[in-house]
Design a protein around this ligand. Structure first.
Ligand code: ADP
Ligand code: MG
Length: 395
C-alpha cells in the first residue's frame, strides 16, 4: 500500500468527495435491507469524511440492471433508508448519476452532507469503463475515494476510470483488505496452512497454484477433492468430478511434492445416494467408494486430521467449504474445520469467499476469526497474484 494514498493522508474539509462503496446488499420482500454488513463496512470511511467536513457523494451498484436507466427492483432507495438510520442523518438520493441535475444536487450540499447517487449501473457506460462517463462523474467532485474492495477486480468507470481525473485515495475498508491479504501472502507466519474447498477444481486452479508457492500445508476438501482423488487412481462414484482436470490435479500434486508442501486429501467421506439432505448416507474410506454414491462431505477421520494440522498453524487462509454445508446432513466437516480455525488463537486466520464466509456465519464463529474478507471474487484474484484494477487505479 506504500504507493497508494489513503484518506488519512488528507483533510477533506469543504471538499466534494466521490466515494465508491459496495452497497450491493440484499433487500427482502418488505423492501428493507436484510443484511447490512456491507453498509456497516463502509461506515468508518464515511464517518471520517463527514468528520473532516467533506461533502460526501456516495456511489455504488446493486444487482445487475440492464443499463437502460431506472429500474425499481435495482434502486438504491432501500439502501438510502438503511444508511440514514446507520448514520443518523438525512441522505439525499440523487436519481441523476451525472449531468446538470446531479451537479445542482451536489452544488446544494453543505459541509458534512451526504448524497447517494442512484445505482451506477443504470448507465451502461459504467461497466464499459467509458472515459466520457468517468469524466462526467469526476466533474461532480474534487477528490475520489475507493472503498469498494468487493468490486476492485472490475475495471468500471466508478471503480477505476474516474481515478484518472481526480486526486484518488483508498478508503479504510479497501486499505485493510489489501494490507491484510497481501501481508499474509508476502510474509505469512509459519506454518502457513491453506484450506481450499468449494465445488470445482476448475474454479480454483489458479488459487491452488498460487498457494502451493506460499503455504507449508495445503488442505483440500469440498467437491474439488474428488478430481484430486481421481488423479491418485481412486474411484469416486458419482461424486462431483472434472475428468478434464485430472491431469492438472496430478500436476498440482507433483508440484506440492517438489516444493515440500504437505498436501492433505480426504481419507474418508460422507457418501450419499442422492444430492439431498434426506439421502441415505454412509461413511466410507476413499478406497471403498461405492460406484452409485457421491461424496458430499469429508468424513470424521479426515476432519480430525485436518483439525490437527490447523491447530499447528501460525497462519491460516481458508476458501471454500469442505462439503455441502447448506444441508445439515453434510455440514459436519465444514463445521469441524471452522471450529479448529476459530480455536487456534495463536494464528492469523483469514477467511475469503462468499460461501466460506456464509458457513462461518452459520456456525456463529465469525468473531473468532482474525479477518473475514468482504470481497469474494476480489480476494481470490488478489490471492492468485493478479493486479486489481480498482487498486491499480489508485497508484
Ligand atoms: P466460496 O464461495 O467460499 O469461494 P465455492 O463457491 O467455491 O466457495 O463453493 C461453495 C459450494 O461448494 C457450496 O455451495 C457447497 O455446497 C459446494 N460443495 C462443497 N462440497 C461439495 C461436494 N462434495 N459436492 C458438491 N458440492 C460441494
Ligand atoms: Mg461461492
Amino acid at each position: 500500500m506504500a504507493d497508494i494514498k489513503t484518506i488519512d493522508d488528507a483533510n477533506f474539509a469543504g471538499k466534494r468527495v466521490l466515494v465508491r462503496v459496495d452497497f450491493n446488499a440484499p433487500v427482502g420482500d418488505d423492501g428493507a435491507v436484510s443484511d447490512d454488513t456491507r453498509l456497516r463496512a463502509a461506515l468508518p470511511t464515511i464517518n471520517k469524511l463527514i468528520g473532516d467536513g467533506a461533502r460526501v457523494i456516495l456511489t455504488s451498484h446493486r444487482g445487475r440492471p440492464a443499463g437502460t436507466g431506472y429500474e425499481e427492483p435495482f434502486s438504491l432507495g432501500p439502501i438510502a433508508r438503511r444508511l440514514q438510520e446507520l448514520l443518523d442523518r438525512d441522505i439525499v438520493l440523487s436519481s441523476e448519476l451525472v449531468g446538470p441535475v446531479a451537479r445542482e444536487t451536489v452544488d446544494a450540499m453543505e459541509n458534512g452532507d451526504v448524497v447517494l447517487l442512484e445505482n451506477i449501473r443504470f448507465d451502461a457506460r459504467e461497466k464499459k469503463n467509458d472515459p466520457e462517463f468517468a469524466r462526467e462523474l469526476a466533474d461532480l467532485a474534487d477528490a475520489y475515494v475507493n472503498d469498494a474492495f468487493g468490486t476492485a477486480h472490475r475495471a468500471h468507470a466508478s471503480t477505476a476510470g474516474v481515478a484518472e481525473f481526480l486526486p484518488s485515495y483508498a478508503g479504510y475498508l479497501m486499505e485493510r483488505e489489501v494490507a491484510t491479504l497481501t501481508g499474509m501472502l508476502d510474509e505469512p507466519k509459519r506454518p502457513f496452512v491453506a484450506i481450499l474447498g468449494g465445488s470445482k477444481v476448475s474454479d480454483k486452479i489458479k488459487v491452488i497454484d498460487a498457494l502451493l508457492d506460499k503455504a507449508d500445508t495445503l488442505i483440500i476438501g469440498g467437491g474439488m477433492c474428488f478430481t484430486f482423488l481421481l488423479a491418485q487412481g481412486k474411484s469416486v462414484g458419482t461424486s462431483l468430478k472434472e475428468e478434464d482436470w485430472v491431469e492438472r490435479a496430478a500436476a498440482m500434486t507433483e508440484k506440492a511434492r517438489e516444493r515440500g508442501v504437505s498436501l492433505l486429501l480426504p481419507v474418508d467421506v460422507v457418501a450419499a445416494d442422492a444430492f439431498a439432505n434426506d439421502a441415505r448416507t454412509e461413511i466410507v474410506s476413499v478406497d471403498d467408494m461405492p460406484a452409485d454414491m457421491m461424496g458430499l462431505d469429508i468424513g470424521p477421520e479426515t476432519a480430525e486430521l485436518y483439525a490437527e494440522a490447523i491447530a499447528m498453524a501460525k497462519s491460516v487462509f481458508w476458501n471454500g467449504p469442505m462439503g455441502v454445508f447448506e444441508m445439515p446432513a453434510f455440514e459436519a466437516g465444514t463445521k469441524r474445520v471452522a471450529e479448529a480455525v476459530a480455536a487456534n488463537e495463536a494464528a492469523d486466520t483469514i477467511i475469503g469467499g462468499g460461501d466460506s464466509v456464509a458457513a462461518v456465519n452459520q456456525f456463529d464463529l465469525a468473531d473468532q476469526m482474525t479477518f473475514i474478507s468482504t470481497g469474494g471474487g476480489a480476494s481470490m484474484e488478489l490471492v492468485q497474484g493478479e493486479a486489481l484494477p480498482g487498486v491499480e487505479a489508485l497508484r
